[in-house]
Design a protein. Structure first.
Length: 362
């Protein structure tokens, strides 16, 4: 990312320890906002890991593996990025040294792992919906583990390329209160390519998969509706003919409106695979909304040599951090097994706490 002439000639711009004069009421307010989000990221994803550990029904083992990987990435974002950014935002400088600046810059690979995990989950759900009978043969836990190892190795190699490529160095960028690894001269094409390959492309593929699912579901619903109406009309004709025949008494049958309502209810019933696919599509949409402002602002600064306004950069940074929190909320609201397990564990914790308090009182 090219930050102007001063940044390119001095990549370590902003790495000063004289930060007392930079603290303002606005910087403290921004730090408090980021701090609150970071606390929720740490608590939410820690709870999510525990709940996934004890959730056995309602989540397939393959889906659980990818969810655990995604949750760990989100948790590490809170630990390695969120916590230090609170201090750098308040001080408007980087007080942690050059080495940790490089570490935080490398943590962008955690965001990339989140994008790949979301893509893997949606591909797995796509196979479950399109080929339900062949799903156990196509998608296995061993293959999912191999895919996850492949993602990790790929991101490690990309991170090493990102860091060890010649004529690149880490620097603190005050507009986002975080560290980047950038080319000393010219545009940061490596970082731009990484965001495109590991974030933009997985989101695009996910949208295409769910667009196909939507079209297939619409076509299937149309077929079911036509078959249902045909059955109702045929049954009504048979009833009229049987009533006109005096020798053979008509057999009692439920009224046509009741049959039609029952058929409509059956056709509108959502299968578990379809509900899961919708859930992970929501995750992909939320990830795209969270990432798009950041991607656009970074791309703008890469190719225009102009800084975006501070307010725009702050909003993009907040949305990017919130991406590590939304998944926990989506799991809880959309998955019945996850919600029941979370409520049971939280209930056990509160009961233990209340019993301990009563023992202390007595």
């Amino acid at each position: 990312m090219e930050e102007g002439v001063d940044t390119q000639t001095a990549p370590n711009w902003g790495m000063t320890t004289e930060s007392s004069d930079n603290v303002t009421a606005l910087s403290v307010f921004k730090a408090c906002v980021i701090g609150v989000i970071t606390v929720f990221i740490l608590l939410g994803n820690s709870m999510c890991l525990i709940v996934l550990r004890y959730t056995h029904d309602g989540v397939s083992p393959v889906t659980k593996l990818f969810l655990i990987s995604l949750t760990i990435s989100d948790l590490l974002v809170g630990v390695l990025v969120g916590i230090p950014v609170v201090g750098s935002t308040a001080l408007q400088s980087w007080p942690y040294g050059d080495t940790y600046c490089t570490v935080v810059a490398m943590c962008h690979a955690l965001y990339f792992n989140a994008g790949l995990s979301v893509l893997a989950i949606n591909i797995e759900r796509y196979i479950a919906v399109i080929w339900p009978l062949r799903y156990p043969l196509i998608v296995t836990l061993a293959r999912a583990a191999i895919a996850e190892v492949f993602f990790i190795v790929l991101l490690m190699l990309w991170t090493l390329l990102y860091v060890l490529k010649p004529d690149r160095s880490a620097f603190y960028y005050n507009n986002f209160s975080v560290c980047f690894i950038d080319a000393d001269v010219g545009h940061d094409l490596t970082g731009q390519l990484g965001m495109t390959l590991f974030i933009a492309l997985p989101m695009l593929i996910t949208v295409i998969l769910h667009l196909r699912l939507f079209l297939l579901a619409t076509h299937h619903a149309s077929k079911v509706s036509n078959i249902t109406l045909g059955d109702i009309n045929t049954t009504s004709g048979l009833s009229e003919r049987s009533e006109s025949d005096a020798e053979q008494p008509a057999q009692p049958s439920p009224p046509a409106p009741r049959r039609e309502g029952r058929a409509r209810a059956n056709s509108d019933r959502v299968s578990p695979e379809t509900k899961a696919a919708r859930t992970f599509f929501i995750m992909a949409v939320v990830a795209a909304v969270s990432w798009t402002p950041y991607y656009v602002t970074i791309s703008w600064e890469n190719f225009s040599n102009e800084k975006v306004p501070d307010a725009v950069a702050f909003v993009a940074q907040i949305l990017l951090l919130l991406n590590s929190l939304w998944n926990v909320i989506i799991y809880y609201t959309r998955n019945d097994a996850f919600r029941k397990t979370a409520n049971r564990l939280l209930g056990c914790c509160f009961r233990v706490r209340s019993s301990n308090e009563q023992n202390l009182v007595t």
